[in-house]
Design a protein around this ligand. Structure first.
Ligand code: ARG
Length: 599
């Protein structure tokens, strides 16, 4: 938050130096001795660019500022921590950490249940995510808000915040007239009704087709007339109508829960906070806004006009509170959600993990809520914008008939593709074992693809790339974890040779450059998790885990573990393996991905 800064100060770790060989990319299946020259230590561990941004403010050349930083650090006495400080290039400070410090910090990390993850000041954080619509299918867009929101919920919880999941399902509004009427017509226990739990779109389309066919038929028993009457009955709380609406809701909940279950999403019925919950509050919100002159009637609709919001033609953009037909809509409901989350839930940050196209909607409804004085000063509403998922043709992912691709079909095809990969890589396993690995791999492929690009940018849904065991994919990280598990299993079965150092002796030593480089990555985990908590960008964790897996690969290629030169070195390297596995599986867990024992 420095208005003078050109660039945000960052601390960037140096990469290990390896001679460029055919094998320097990553993952070569973890075969040791893959042909690369042994890596050497880089000139320094970290590069700090703070002097660049400070220079402008200080009105001094960056190199001079960098010298001043180095002098101040030397004076402060950082000898225990730092072995070398050096000004480089246009004004970087290159830092070499003291070997003893790195070893000591890594030993402490081994004993730390939290793996270095800090506990910042506790915030109350409601997170609105997933939020599908009742009696409609979840599509690929809902998949991404579900996956990103769930990862944020897990991560913020780990940081010690009080997370309140809010699944703002679309369970109210005029379509429910035709849906209730259709359910009555086909019968509550019919096969069509059961469709709601399997293929809700088919149910919705059937109701909609009937409505469209009769919408100009004024006779009192035409479907459209009955559907419209149902809307009124539902609004006025008619018991029978309400009961049938609840049927729709229950069946839809069963569908959502099945999807959540399959995808390992932490949402439960207790997290439901649907539109219907706010319905009773909407007339009073409208009346209040009108009375206080915040909203005015324009063309029959009650609208809030906010400063600075104009359309292309320069005309003021209305935020519609009450439509001209008297109904209240999506915007008014979101005034109510923010009011509730700020005043009742006491939110510090209120996250809305929703598609980017809804940004204007949120900006305007939150401004109106704030204007009305219905938020606490401390509450910061934040739209975590979700970008589109595209097909390999670069267009929105759609089926041949033009519908957005359903979530279920995506999940099914990912698991199917993963099954092919597993069948190839593990023909030795039986079908049940392969099936469960394929499930985990398919889900990881989808989730990681959603999480490894910044949440607001588009990405191309390319199953072949997503399920691959190499490259920056979820399955690659799972594979890395499985490989470490197999090393640890082999170590355990080989047993101690009697020469293993006593348990109370610190065994971890870092002598090889690749060991040290891996340790430095491990020591960075807590900072990265905290950064995700601040920036709400899970792709930073994904990138970190990919780096970590690559650092492990380099380590394993150059530092034999099971065939280490001495029992002491073997024990030390096994500790590095254990710690890498813990960080890797913990980080994957925060992304919502489980790592199977073997792959
Ligand atoms: N049901 C909406 C949709 O499918 C998303 C709701 C997001 N949350 C909110 N508070 N508006 O697009």
């Amino acid at each position: 938050g420095d208005e003078f800064a050109d660039t945000d100060p960052v601390i960037r770790p140096f990469a290990l130096k390896t001679k460029k060989g055919p094998n320097t990319k990553q993952d070569k299946g973890f075969q040791p001795g893959g042909g690369t020259a042994a890596p050497t230590r880089p000139a320094a561990d970290l590069q700090v660019n703070a002097a660049m941004s400070l220079a402008k403010r200080a009105g001094r050349p960056p190199r001079e500022v960098a010298e001043a930083i180095v002098a101040a650090l030397r004076e402060a006495g950082v000898d225990d921590l730092v072995a070398g400080l050096e000004v480089a290039g246009p004004g970087f400070v290159n830092v070499t950490l003291a070997d003893d410090w790195v070893t000591g910090a890594t030993r402490e990390l081994l004993a730390d249940d939290r793996l270095g993850i800090p506990t910042p000041a506790r915030e109350v954080i409601p997170i609105d995510y997933s939020s599908p619509n009742v009696a409609k299918e979840m599509h690929v867009g809902h998949l991404r808000t579900t996956v990103v929101g769930d990862s944020l919920a897990r991560t913020l919880e780990r940081l010690g915040h009080h997370v309140i999941r809010q699944n703002h399902i679309g369970d109210w509004g005029t379509p429910f007239g035709m849906l209730v009427e259709h359910l009555l017509e086909v019968g509550e226990d019919s096969a069509e009704a059961e469709l709601l739990e399997v293929d809700p779109n088919a149910f919705y389309q059937a109701a909609n087709a009937k409505y469209r066919a009769t919408k100009d038929d004024p006779s009192p028993d035409s479907f459209a007339v009955r559907a419209r009457r149902r809307v009124t009955l539902l609004q006025s709380g008619d018991a029978e109508t309400y009961r049938i609406w609840e049927q729709l809701l229950d069946r839809s909940k069963a569908y959502f829960n099945r999807v959540y279950d399959e995808l390992d999403i932490t949402l439960t019925d207790a997290d439901l906070d649907g539109e219907s919950r706010y319905n009773d509050e909407l007339p009073a919100i409208g009346a209040d806004l009108e009375e206080r002159g915040i909203a005015e009637v324009s063309d029959g609709a009650l609208c809030v006009f906010l400063d600075g919001y104009t359309g292309r033609d320069g005309a003021r953009l209305p935020l519609i509170v009450r439509k001209s037909d008297g109904g209240y809509g999506y915007a008014t409901t979101d005034i109510a959600t923010l009011r509730h989350r700020s005043l009742d839930l006491d939110a510090d940050r209120a996250l809305y993990v929703v598609g980017a196209p809804q940004h204007l909607h949120f900006e305007m409804s939150w401004k109106a809520t704030e204007l009305a004085g219905w938020t606490r000063d401390k509450t910061r509403p934040i739209h975590v914008q979700i970008g589109n998922v595209l097909g390999t043709d670069g267009k929105l992912l759609r089926t041949r008939s033009g519908d957005l691709v359903s979530l279920q079909s995506l999940v099914d095809s990912a698991i199917e593709r993963a099954a092919q990969v597993v069948a190839e890589s593990r023909p030795d396993l039986d079908e049940v074992a392969r099936g469960s690995i394929a499930h985990a791999v398919g889900i990881a492929a989808i989730k990681y693809a959603d999480l490894s690009v910044s949440h607001d940018s588009e990405y191309v849904f390319d199953l072949d790339r997503m399920v691959a065991l190499t490259g920056n994919t979820g399955p690659y990280l799972q594979y890395a974890a499985a490989r470490i598990r197999s090393i640890l299993r082999r170590a355990a079965s080989e047993g101690g040779s009697g020469e293993v150092p006593a348990a109370d002796q610190p065994v971890l030593e870092l002598t090889e450059p690749a060991e040290r480089a891996l340790a430095l990555r491990l020591l960075d985990y807590g900072r990265v998790v905290a950064e995700v908590g601040d920036t709400l960008e899970p792709h930073r964790l994904a990138a970190y885990l990919f780096d970590l897996a690559s650092a492990f690969t380099t380590f394993y290629e150059h530092c034999p573990v099971l065939k280490a030169p001495t029992p002491q070195v073997r024990a030390s390297r096994l500790e590095l393996c254990t710690l890498t596995l813990r960080v890797l599986t913990d980080g994957l867990g925060l992304l919502g991905i489980t790592a199977p024992d073997e792959m």
